[in-house]
Design a protein around this ligand. Structure first.
Ligand code: CA
Length: 452
């Protein structure tokens, strides 16, 4: 009897501790990973057991989107929970450490600001790509700890080739340090160490791999796993993907070993679709298009959420969700108070992930690129996409035609008009891009230098 009382007391104490414990949030972002390059989306030549384990123990979002079809704008949306075109972040920032205009506008609160205000320890690891000037540094944007590089990518191995932005030293907070090992392994080790270091307090950890973005670089220890892949570029890409998957396994093991796996919500998705063969040997099938387009191959990405104590395991959420939902979902679960001035586009999708709410979290989802040169809107099964500056909008029924092969615009003029009007109304709320992409910016600088 005495034993039973002791046990009951222990149980009560555990329950109390659990109730007091806040949920940790980990967001793992891949870079340029193809829709079909993970096991849970049917990949056959690259095993991704750790990424797949998230789907096995969590919720796979079959209609999981990002808010842009290339790197930096997607990150701006993820950081703020807002369509990034609302504040002009519609291009990749050039790597300009002196330019205080080219980066995530300081007017915008980040997910790290929000969770820090709720008592969370906040950390960012890996690719930043939200401005290289000191005012844009992660430590100035709510992240108490940072390890990574501020540009749009990095060489993977010491001494390997890459442009100036890709060969800068790594940073621990603001201190430069030399790259000594495969960068994917280095980032994974840092992420696992962060988990262990902060196991006793609620944390938000953002792990932004530059994998599997170019340059295609991998060491023999990963390449040797893919001797059977004869296409040399695909073989290197497979090795890079496999290294990232191992790294994600290390982070998950750290959560498990420290006894906090159940109380941690882990998100995994890619920042945009695969660039496909011209740039990197990725696969997006059965989706049409690729990185840089607003067809599904540019914006629908491998997307999973695991929270073992709170979400059903091995389920599929069919409702369209978007990377903008991370901030409001995390804030709600963390009990964070959002400033009244913060107008979010994302919503708390926990009830949808749980399968408790069957109506879609968003009436419509929108995309816009190049200040409006191309755009798309999705409502229910229908998507209207204007694929380029002089193109006519095309209408697709994604329930029947995930590959966007049959344009229904001629057959359904009413639906076209309705979605066009919805886009126009949303578009009227946006501002033009506040900075240009690296290529136009470089051209302008060249012209200015010539004039001098
Ligand atoms: Ca990317």
């Amino acid at each position: 009897m005495r034993q039973f009382i002791a046990f009951a007391a222990l149980l009560a104490a555990t329950t109390l501790a659990d109730a007091a414990r806040k949920l940790n949030v980990v967001v793992i972002l891949a870079d340029d990973l193809g829709y079909a390059d993970v096991g849970f989306n049917g990949c056959k030549d690259i095993p991704t057991p750790n990424i797949d384990s998230l789907a096995k123990h969590g919720v796979r979002c079959a209609n999981g989107y990002v808010s842009h079809s290339f790197c930096s704008p997607t990150r701006a949306g993820l950081m703020t929970g807002r369509y990034q075109q609302r504040f002009g972040h519609e291009n990749n920032p050039a790597y300009l450490p002196e330019d205080t205009k080219v980066g995530l506008p300081l007017s915008q609160a980040t997910i790290a600001d929000v969770l820090k205000s709720a008592g969370y320890v906040t950390g960012a690891i890996g690719k930043w790509h939200l401005g290289a000037a000191p005012c844009f540094h992660p430590n100035e944007r709510g992240f108490m700890e940072y390890f990574g590089f501020l540009g749009g990518g990095h060489i993977y191995l010491p001494g390997m080739k890459g442009g100036p932005e890709y060969t800068v030293p790594l940073l621990r907070n603001k201190e430069p340090l030399e790259l000594k090992d495969y960068v994917t392994d280095v980032l994974s080790a840092e992420a696992a160490a962060f988990v262990t270091r902060h196991k006793a307090e609620p944390f938000y950890l953002y792990v932004a791999y530059n994998a599997v973005h170019t340059p295609l670089q991998a060491p023999e220890k990963y390449l040797s796993r893919f001797a059977g892949i004869t296409d040399e570029r695909r073989r290197i890409y497979a090795a890079m993907t496999s290294a990232m998957d191992d790294g994600i396994g290390r982070v998950l093991a750290a959560l498990r070993d420290n006894g906090i796996e159940r109380d941690t919500m882990v998100w995994f998705f890619s920042d945009n679709g695969g660039p496909v063969e011209t740039v990197a040997p990725t696969r997006n099938d059965p989706l049409r298009g690729n990185k840089g387009t607003l067809y599904e191959g540019g914006i629908r990405v491998p997307f999973v959420v695991q929270w073992r104590a709170g979400l059903p395991e091995g389920t599929v959420c069919e409702q369209p969700v978007i990377s903008l939902d991370v901030l409001p979902t995390a804030a709600a679960l963390a009990g964070a108070k959002l400033p009244a001035s913060l107008k979010l586009d994302g919503v708390n999708i926990t009830p949808h992930l749980k399968g408790e709410v069957k109506t879609p979290p968003h009436e419509r989802l929108f995309w816009r690129m190049g200040g409006g040169a191309s755009w798309a809107v999705r409502e229910g099964r229908h998507k209207l996409v204007k694929p380029g500056k002089d193109a006519t909008p095309q209408l697709f029924d994604l329930n029947n035609d995930i590959g966007e092969a049959k344009d229904l615009a001629g057959e359904k003029p009413g639906m076209v008009a309705r979605l066009q009007a919805a886009f126009d109304a949303w578009n009227a709320e946006l501002i033009p891009p506040i900075f240009e992409g690296p290529k136009p910016a470089a051209k302008k600088a060249k012209r200015a230098a010539k004039k001098k």
